[in-house]
Design a protein around this ligand. Structure first.
Ligand code: KG4
Ligand code: ZN
Length: 366
């Protein structure tokens, strides 16, 4: 049986956290339609509540898929494959999204591609037309979101090496927790950045965890505790605006310094990196972007930050990762395993993804 070759669009679903998303991409990776719905109910509860998120995915998905199909002008039977993020993430949402996509794949008798969420973030920068010149392997990915914080060497499709990650909080989580201490809403990153603009980044001395230490790991919980100690003498309610702004600016500067240091270390570990790519919601932060751009400049490589809507969770990245996976198998002459039996995985380390031509693959149903 020949390798599976994608000749028709792929319909992809993302539901690993609080974004319910669907996208339809042409076999070349052109976005034909996409819908992203960020669930609103979590903000009032101060964070994503997994059970509420899963139920919301369940009620939202049918309409979101229908709307996306309608916008593309295509029908289900015109799809060549179906894909969904099957991990890592919140298990309830993963079950809902992947089973929905599997159901469509079975009904249409098409393959189902199980996509790793981190892999999808990692490959987004290669989406056709996103940057002027194609991004070549290997490159360094810095994924900084509310749930993830890691440096990944992207050697090829399906071939990833985690160079370092957080040993406690993710960067976005640290922003959210510090914002909460300052009495700002959730998610805290954007509000904290806004407040920081009024403050003096050098006014308050805070620790810079792991800076200068070998490796590329991150740690933010000590920084959060140090911020809490600065607020303590006043109490949150009585914190003068200028002090709050100075704390926000100083905290943001610490995160910048830590990230820049870790990215420098990661580039030392991957001297052949062709570019520095950033992804995740924290990539929205202008000061952090500027700091990382500086690191890339020092290394004489381009800094690539996909547009924010593709940095945060979306289904385009899931569809694109599926296309890249299908192509990589086709090029290697290796059967692509049909993901129909792949169980959703709340934890799915990048090292568990086998590149095309790596391990023996089961035959796809097509
Ligand atoms: O990638 P994302 O939308 O969702 C996941 O976590 O998967 O990232 C959301 C995170 C939140 O923690 C939010 O506070 C943070 O990204 N964030 C920011 C900014 N905008 C969003 N952090 C710092 N500065 C920002 N401007
Ligand atoms: Zn994500």
């Amino acid at each position: 049986m020949a390798c599976f070759s994608l000749k028709a669009p792929v319909l992809a679903i993302e539901s690993s956290c609080d974004e319910t998303a669907c996208a339809i991409l042409s076999p070349e990776g052109r976005v034909l339609a996409e819908t992203v719905h960020t669930q609103a109910g979590h903000a009032a509860l101060g964070g994503v509540v997994p059970e509420i998120a899963a139920r919301a995915h369940l009620s939202l998905l049918p309409d979101i898929v229908r709307q996306t199909l309608e916008n593309s002008g295509l029908a289900l039977h015109e799809m060549g494959a179906f894909a969904a993020c099957t991990g890592p993430g919140l298990i309830g949402g993963l079950i809902v999204g992947s089973n929905y996509a599997k159901g469509l794949a079975l009904a249409m008798d098409r393959p189902f591609i199980a996509v790793n969420h981190i892999e999808a973030h990692a490959l987004t920068a290669r989406l056709p037309g996103l940057v002027a010149t194609d991004i070549k392997f290997p490159y360094l990915l810095l994924l900084v979101s509310g749930g993830h914080c890691q440096c990944v060497a992207v050697h090829g499709v399906g071939h990833y090496e985690k160079l370092g990650g957080t040993i406690d909080d993710a960067a976005g989580e640290a922003f959210d927790k510090v914002a909460k201490l300052l009495g700002l809403g959730w998610p805290g990153g954007p509000a904290l950045e806004k407040l920081a603009a009024e403050g003096n980044a050098g006014s308050i001395s805070l620790p810079r965890p792991l800076i200068g230490r070998p490796g590329c790991d991150f740690s933010f919980s000590g920084l959060k505790t140090a911020v809490a100690r600065q607020i303590e003498p006043y109490g949150m309610a009585a914190l003068p605006r200028q002090v709050a702004a100075d704390i926000a600016a100083s905290f943001q500067q610490c995160v910048c310094d830590v990230m820049a240091d870790r990215a420098r270390h990661a580039l030392q570990a991957l001297p052949e990196a062709t570019s520095l790519v950033v992804a995740g919601g924290v990539a929205a932060n202008t000061t952090i972007r500027a700091a990382l751009e500086q690191v890339a400049q020092e290394a004489h490589i381009p800094f690539v930050a996909p547009p924010l809507r593709l940095c945060t969770d979306n289904a385009v990245m899931v569809g694109w990762a599926a296309i890249e996976t299908i192509r990589a198998h086709e090029q290697a002459g290796v059967m692509l395993e049909d993901g129909i039996a792949a169980a959703p995985r709340p934890r799915w380390p990048l090292g568990d993804i086998s590149p095309a031509g790596g391990e023996a693959k089961a035959q796809a149903r097509q």
